[in-house]
Ligand binder design. Sequence first.
Ligand code: NDP
Length: 287
Amino acid sequence: MKKQDYLDHLVGVFGHPVAENPGVVIQEAAFRALGLDRWRFLTIDVEPEKIADAITGLKAMKMRGINCTIPHKLAVIPYLDKIAPSARLIGAVNTVINDNGVLTGENTDGQGFMIALAEAGLSAKGKKIVVLGAGGAARAICVELALAGASHLTIVNIPKDMALGEGLVKTLRENTQIVVDYVPWVDAFKIPADTDIVVNATSIGLYPNVDDKPNIDYDTLSTSMYVQDVIPNPAFTPFLQEADKRGLKWQSGLSMLVNQAALNITMWTGLDPDKEVMKKALKEALS
Ligand code: NDP
């Protein structure tokens, strides 16, 4: 008789609030498609002051790993044994891997962005890139772009976030070869004509503010440029609509989200998930 194995393999996300996080939809669809019937992705509400207890619980239950979202991406760091070099530069962890009690922190946001870029047929090497915003997603993207050999980065950010933006610029200048300009975002930003890639890494356009778009002079976009958005919901943001109607190649935040979730699965299971299955599940959930 075949020996039964009812043991659940647990991963999930710690956040607060976290109820609207679609991670479970994407990850469970991938597990089912991989035949990992006893893998479970749990959406767990962890209040800010409970992160240490939550990590103790993760170890006690031998969870294989966890995603961290707001407000835990920085707070989790003191409880980890190792931090991947890019996550250390980014200063935030969104994925934890538990190897028999040894916890490693990774940041797959920027890596997911880079894979999406590669899927669009682009390499960052030698490219001139404009990144709008200097928050968590922007930070992850800028670090990965710099590590991948982009030649020039212009970070455009609203003046109330000067310290945030300047901190990012300092990190990039001290740790990578990239040339960085920092532009206080006051008026409609004009994209320099020699720009190769434009990234919206702000939260502008995210549901429910679906009509909002970054304050740039859209007539400075040209067809030689490629545009990528971080916003997954809605996927076709007004920012992308402006790029699309001017004939630019573009990609939505869905690709970044699916790619970072796929990376998480590979880090936890060692397997490559079916990204089309994941994208379909995400689109259905968001619609
Ligand atoms: P943060 O709050 O850390 O950063 C958002 C940045 O956008 C801040 O610097 C913010 O400035 C700026 N911003 C917001 N509104 C405006 C505005 N009107 N004008 C100029 N700047 C503005 O959030 P995250 O970086 O974590 O997330 C940003 C977006 O990225 C979210 O929409 C999130 O859903 C998306 N995301 C997508 C991922 C994916 O896989 N597709 C992964 C991670 C994030 P201020 O703080 O001053 O408002």
